[in-house]
Write a protein that binds this ligand. Structure first.
Ligand SMILES: N[C@@H](CCC(=O)N[C@@H](CS)C(=O)NCC(=O)O)C(=O)O
Length: 220
């Protein structure tokens, strides 16, 4: 499925072919890219491709067989999501999502690493639980879920009573965190992170006020 995403401002890059995002609609990493592109008004075609399906074309774009993949105007492909969002932030002058100064910049990327780490651990549990019960490892599931709960605790502590993850300005740290929380809500509705961490819950509510978040809620 290919969908044209129409944004108010086009990318400033010279155009040969339209830029494309290859993504599944449930991937939190792909959602992060979609939100960054929307916040920065970058125009692209969304190509929905589920890497787990037999007829997937994802390995033709990314040898690692993972989404998201960004296809640039000259056909060069970019992965993974952290590389893509850094690229998108640098090609459009609209609302910087990564600070320029080294320390604030790396602190935003630290939040992103934490949020992506939650998604990696949670996704591996989701996949493990899809295996036949006798093949599932409870030790593995526990190990991964411990990472999720520990990372949520650190996020909650670091957020404190700030409006946004790194303080008063919305940036990539909030997008990555919101995508991780949204993924937990989708795949692990039984997790009690909202009650345990009311500040993360309030952050998620604030993020859901933004059209880019509302328009990219994962669908199953
Ligand atoms: N570190 C990668 C993670 C991407 C990832 O794990 N994507 C999943 C979907 S959520 C995937 O495509 N998995 C297919 C596979 O592992 O074969 C990123 O940030 O883009």
């Amino acid at each position: 499925m290919q969908t044209r995403m129409t944004m108010a401002i086009r990318s400033t890059n010279p155009v040969n072919q339209r830029m494309k995002l290859i993504a599944s609609l449930t991937s939190p990493f792909a959602r992060k890219v979609r939100i960054v592109a929307a916040e920065k008004h970058i125009d692209y075609d969304l190509v929905v491709d589920v890497p787990w399906e037999a007829n997937t074309r994802v390995p033709a774009y990314n040898p690692l067989g993972k989404v998201p993949v960004w296809v640039m105007e000259d056909g060069k492909t970019l992965f993974d999501s952290r590389v893509i969002v850094e690229y998108l932030d640098s090609v459009s002058p609209v609302g910087h999502l990564l600070p320029r100064e080294p320390r604030p910049r790396i602190l935003v990327k630290r939040w992103e690493a934490l949020a992506d780490g939650i998604c990696d651990a949670a996704a591996s549990v989701f996949l493990e639980r899809k295996r036949p019960p006798e093949q599932q490892s409870q030790d593995w599931i526990l190990r991964q879920m411990t990472k999720v709960t520990a990372a949520l605790e650190v996020m909650s502590e670091d957020l404190g009573d700030q409006e946004w993850c790194t303080g008063e300005f919305f940036n990539l740290s909030d997008i990555a965190t919101g995508c991780a929380l949204g993924y937990l809500q989708l795949r692990f509705p039984e997790l009690d992170w909202r009650r345990l961490h009311p500040n993360l819950s309030a952050l998620h509510e604030r993020l859901m006020q933004r059209p880019a978040f509302r328009d990219s809620v994962p669908v199953v």
